[in-house]
Design a protein around this ligand. Structure first.
Ligand code: AHR
Length: 506
């Protein structure tokens, strides 16, 4: 198999936005409790947060973390999560049919985020609540002081404002599963009025209005248009959520999930442009891909969802703890390639989620924490992508897919600083290696700094996973077949079958 790729330093898509390496912590399942927070754990710090998980979060290197939901936020009273812990109410969370103890709230999460070195992206509840509660939360979090609410923050241990910059106006309000689900018209009006007041309270914030929950929603397209018609003057980003899974017998379409994401982003971008043109808005409106990942939703509907339907109420139950294999890691890597490629339109993105709940990091109560297969493409991309995203021209052998028609077997993104060029590469062939010839005439290199690949381990198969007992079954391997030409104008890389790779050139 063969592909040709060419890049040039003259053809820049956009600067790399660090915010595309975001993640997500929802009060759901074991993301917070026994995920990031477990006071009795041997590695717990004085605040009750697991240091073993914190170390992995730092290694994963996310930039901003969306919080506290997700579907959870649409029934959440933020006031329940501040003030003395012993006085905080225990509530039913109808979104996940769970009991929320509110032991971790705004202050604790912000302190954790500071320790982890990440920015908080805060969602407000536009399901059961509205303008007043959102404005009150913003005043509590960001107002310097001298009002009852901002002084309450001081009394609760934090005199300095949290200074949260990015705020989501509700979550997936187009979905009938959402608490307080709305029509586009109802949501558009509420989002506009909430946005107006929030920007009056703190004009420095950025607002994300909720777009479609997925590209298959019957309202996709008309939802974005209506919502933007109400809010385009008031918001800075519109969200897009995208989850992918391997359907039985159709690995090919799954591996081409990035093609689906490219298309979804292009469709939302076209609607933004149309509404912006109609309204005479020349301010850029970014696309916030604030939930994306591989998620085996079919399994969720058949297994995890059952307690939700049979009336059990559990405290931090195991929910959607998908165990990721090699193919899943290749797809996560290729979705990151898609996000980089679309950096001129994608302003932020959040791998959903961070710990235990469809997450790159897993942890057991009282036990170990470890990296899932999907950890590696994320950590390696977030660690390397700096400077500019370069446009890529690729000519590749192809294959046929059920969902996306004819698709290239190879896909690629490239980033460049003055000192370094980084190639992010995928071979979608399940069976054969692929020889990739990269034309570097417009971006010559002197040396190969490193080359790593995630693929099936020797003697393993594509279904290999990392588990509590076998934490290192899948890990990046050194990519040996990387040949730089003497003049530095070309590099040839042999990509293993079904692999995601990263090649760093100086
Ligand atoms: O990430 C899990 C759930 O997926 C979120 O709560 C919701 O927003 C989405 O449907």
């Amino acid at each position: 198999l063969h592909a040709r790729l060419s890049i040039t330093r003259d053809n820049v898509v956009a600067p790399v936005s660090p915010r595309i390496f975001g993640s997500f912590v929802e009060h759901m399942g074991r993301a917070v409790y026994t995920g990031i927070y477990e006071p009795g754990h041997p590695t717990a710090n004085a605040a009750g947060f697991r240091e073993d998980v914190l170390d992995l979060v730092r290694e994963l290197n996310p930039s901003l973390i969306r919080y506290p939901g997700g579907n959870f936020v649409s029934g959440f009273r933020w006031e329940d999560s501040v003030g003395p812990r012993e006085a905080r109410p225990v509530r039913l969370d109808p979104a996940w049919h769970s009991v929320e103890t509110n032991e971790v709230g705004l202050h604790e999460f912000a302190a954790w985020a500071e320790t982890a070195g990440v920015e908080v992206m805060q969602a407000v509840n536009l399901g059961t609540r509205g303008v007043a509660a959102a404005a009150a939360l913003l005043e509590y979090a960001n107002h310097p002081g001298g009002t009852t609410r901002s002084d309450e923050r001081g009394a609760n241990g934090r005199t300095e404002p949290f200074g949260i910059r990015v705020w989501c106006l509700g979550n997936e309000m187009d979905g009938p599963w959402q608490i307080g689900h709305k029509t586009a018209e109802e949501y558009g009006r509420l989002a506009a009025e909430t946005a107006r007041v929030m920007k009056w309270v703190d004009p420095t914030i950025e607002l994300v209005v909720a777009g479609s929950s997925n590209a298959e929603m019957p309202t996709f397209g008309s939802w974005e248009r209506t919502v933007l018609e109400h809010t385009i003057d008031l918001v800075d980003h519109i969200s897009l959520h995208a989850y992918y899974e391997e359907k039985p017998g159709d690995l090919g379409s799954f591996l081409a999930s990035g093609v689906g994401l490219d298309r979804f982003i292009a469709d939302v971008a076209a609607i933004i442009d149309e509404v912006a043109a109609e309204r005479g808005v020349d301010r850029p409106i970014g696309i916030s891909v604030d939930e994306w990942n591989v998620w085996y939703q079919t399994r969720f509907n058949e297994v995890d969802k059952q307690p939700l339907l049979t009336g059990e109420w559990n405290t931090h139950p195991r929910l959607i703890e998908d165990e990721y294999n090699v193919s899943d890691a290749v797809v996560v890597g290729s979705l990151l390639i898609s996000l980089l490629r679309n950096s001129d339109r994608v302003s932020m993105a959040n791998l959903a989620q961070l710990v235990n709940v469809i997450a790159p990091i897993r942890s057991e109560p009282g036990g170990p924490a470890w990296r899932q297969t999907t950890f590696f493409p994320f950590a390696l991309t977030a660690g390397a992508a700096r400077g500019d995203v370069l446009a890529t021209a690729i000519h590749s052998d192809t294959y046929e897919t059920v969902a996306h028609g004819t698709v290239n077997l190879a896909d690629a993104a490239a980033t460049a600083t003055e000192k370094e060029i980084v190639l992010y590469l995928v071979n979608r062939s399940e069976t054969a290696p692929l020889t990739l010839d990269v034309d570097l005439a417009g971006a010559p290199a002197r040396a190969v700094l490193s080359a790593q690949s995630v693929h099936a381990p020797d003697g393993g198969d594509r279904f290999s996973t990392n588990t509590a007992d076998h934490q290192d079954a899948v890990a990046p391997a050194t990519l040996l077949d990387v040949t730089l030409s003497e003049d530095g104008d070309a590099v040839t890389v042999i990509l293993p079958a079904l692999s995601w790779s990263i090649v760093r050139l100086a």
